[in-house]
Write a protein of this length. Structure first.
Lengths: 225, 225
DNA sequence: GACCTGTACATTGTATACAGTATGGTGTCG
DNA sequence: CGACACCATACTGTATACAATGTACAGGTC
């Protein structure tokens, strides 16, 4: 019973299961194309198959696992093609969300980006990778919230998870990635804080495109062309 | 037992359930904010709650139903805000997919768009709305397939369903919508067949934006600002 | 009369049991 | 020795049973 359950159920089991599995996949503890049998997962987390099935549906939704009817579920393979697909979509949508976030008038919440910026710098300096990525994701989600577009946010949250898998992978090969990532994130935050929608969109698209290009070599080496 | 089940299970129950519910929501037979209890749905289709739960998860993924933990599931409300969100995302992604489809070298499959075009004209002329929408969706999916980008296709298929709800609604108020829709679809197909990616993207973005604008009045009247 | 409390009911969430299918190995026949 | 059929097994898919929670209503208290 690894999953501690308070007597009054606060969060749903499928969602927290999905979150844990997500992290294992992103961090690479669950390897690409590894088989996930419902019973194993259920046993591992001390729950029954019902919530596991729902958790796996959630992961499937975000492209982290692949499901073949009546055959089973595997951790989604990583490939350059998949990487390119995710980033192509991300560029378009992150640009959009940056513009809408920049146009937000909720100045207080916008200012909170500064806090995340500080935490990013801090964790990057101290080499705490896990917390860096956590802060990075939090920053992204703050932007999504600022944009105040639930549909867009939903789409991007899904893509974010897939992207993170590649980012984590790239980081492990080339730790400098994080420094680059920090610089770009900072510039995007700045653009959003400037409240110039079009500019924020342009900067975001440009920087994510650059990150994409600079990660491509790592990805190509790892997963072939 | 409304759902006929062949002894050898060909398609999964949750998926086909989701498809049927989808259609009911899009067509408005299931009204906005109507409660969906798992047992009712299960009984209505002669299956147990397990596949119903999974079907509802699928609908939730596509934003057609809203789920509140431990409280239940409702048909997602329609609103101008939601409409704007969906179209904002669609413009960006449909533009992208049109570009990638235009750049495809699979000429034979590209030519098949002509067939859909003919069917659209035909069904529009004959006033068979249901088949018109069906052909329209099929055309979109052909473009998604041409673009050969699974991630993008996954995102767009989700948005398509939400958009269709508003399109169907708008059509009922103003049947001319379909003629406009046919003209625009034709122009998008043409642009893709020209194999000029940038042009196809520009045309698609422009036309969908125009459709969006021209639908806004209907939507505003129906769901308030 | 307004508000709180307790209880019954409806419904979701989870566990378990059962059915049906894919897979791998074994044996048999050519 | 290879190919095919058959069977055992493991797993997914579905049904059902049980647990837990949210809701509505009745009754009581201030």
């Amino acid at each position: 019973m690894l999953l501690q359950r308070p007597s009054r159920l606060t969060v749903a089991i499928p969602e927290s299961l999905a979150e844990m599995l997500e992290e294992e996949i992103v961090m690479g503890r669950l390897k690409s194309e590894e088989r996930l049998t419902e019973e194993d997962v259920a046993e591992r987390y001390g729950v029954s198959r019902s919530p596991v099935r729902e958790a796996l549906r959630l992961l499937e939704r975000d492209g982290l696992v692949i499901r073949e009817p009546r055959r089973g579920i595997w951790v989604a393979p990583m490939s350059q093609r998949d990487f390119d697909e995710v980033y192509t979509c991300r560029i378009a949508l992150e640009g959009l969300v940056a513009r809408q976030a920049a146009e937000s008038t909720e100045i207080e919440r916008k200012q909170e980006l500064r806090g995340v910026q500080a935490e990013l710098a801090e964790t990057q300096a101290s080499g705490d990778v896990r917390r860096f990525f956590a802060a990075d994701v939090r920053g992204s989600f703050m932007i999504y919230d600022l944009a105040d577009n639930r549909t867009l946010s939903r789409l991007l949250r899904g893509l974010e998870k897939q992207a993170l898998r590649y980012r984590f992978h790239a980081y492990q090969r080339n730790p400098d990635m994080i420094k680059l990532s920090l610089e770009d994130t900072t510039r995007i935050f700045d653009a959003i804080l400037e409240s110039d929608g079009a500019a924020a969109q342009a900067v975001t698209e440009k920087l994510i495109r650059e990150i994409w290009q600079s990660m491509r070599d790592e990805v190509r080496n790892s997963f072939g062309s």
